[in-house]
Design a protein around this ligand. Structure first.
Ligand SMILES: [Zn+2]
Length: 232
């Protein structure tokens, strides 16, 4: 493959990736990805296929602001969340008993930090958490319920991540968001020019990283194609 055709292929791939990343942003699809090195096999996911955004958070501050933790010991209140009902019974000022859909009761500690911030003590791992989540009728923190943010499962490959970060830098520069597109002129003001130079240097590093990652990927594809040819 000649150098010109390889460069054209790289630029075309980057443009396709940019278009795909824009589409993914607009639809917010939670996707599974397989790397080139896995022969199409998906690595087993250690987290729930649903992102944390799909679960309604049980916020300590939200409940406290609505008076869930105020009252004599033994007082009970019910709170309707999307998909479940949370029943809160006050044990004392630093501990409540909760049950999901009137099922098994669980004790949950409450930590009061400075500036009136409230945190839950996760019933499973005892870490201090701002939010707890209900999954399969169990109240626990994000980590114990194996929930992950959807953003951590998009743009996982190095090239895609570099293109995504480069697009953000281009947005800050007020430039065309397509990779390798033209940049606006350098501003005359000393402070703005310094910021411009910093962003342009970062953009150049990101776009060259994306190119190198694509070159590696293409080389891997070519190697695999040659190997297949030899085996035939
Ligand atoms: Zn936990």
């Amino acid at each position: 493959m000649s150098q010109m055709s390889l460069l054209f292929l790289l630029l075309f791939s980057l443009s396709c990736l940019f278009a795909l990343s824009s589409a993914a942003k607009s639809t917010r699809v939670f996707t599974l990805m397989a790397g080139f090195g896995t022969h199409g096999y998906h690595h087993p996911r250690r987290c729930d296929p649903q992102p944390v955004e799909a679960f309604a958070p049980v916020r300590a501050s939200h409940l406290a602001a609505r008076g869930a933790f105020v009252g004599p010991p033994g007082s009970t209140t019910g709170w309707a969340y999307p998909g479940f009902v949370l029943t809160v019974t006050i044990e004392h000022t630093c501990r409540i008993i909760v049950s999901i859909d009137h099922q098994e009761q669980t004790g949950v500690g409450i930590v009061r930090q400075g500036f009136g911030q409230l945190l839950f003590v996760c019933p499973s791992c005892t870490r201090w958490r701002r939010n707890l989540y209900v999954k399969d009728g169990v109240l626990a923190c994000r980590r114990c319920n194996r929930l992950d943010y959807s953003s951590r499962h998009r743009h996982r490959s190095d090239a895609a991540r570099a293109v995504n970060l480069a697009t953000k830098v281009r947005h800050r520069l007020g430039a065309d968001s397509a990779p390798f597109g033209p940049l606006p002129p350098r501003p005359g003001h000393h402070g703005s020019a310094r910021v411009y130079d910093r962003l342009v240097a970062r953009l150049a590093a990101l776009e060259s990283r994306a190119l190198m990652a694509f070159a590696d990927t293409l080389a891997a594809v070519e190697r695999r194609a040659r190997k297949r040819k030899r085996l035939r």
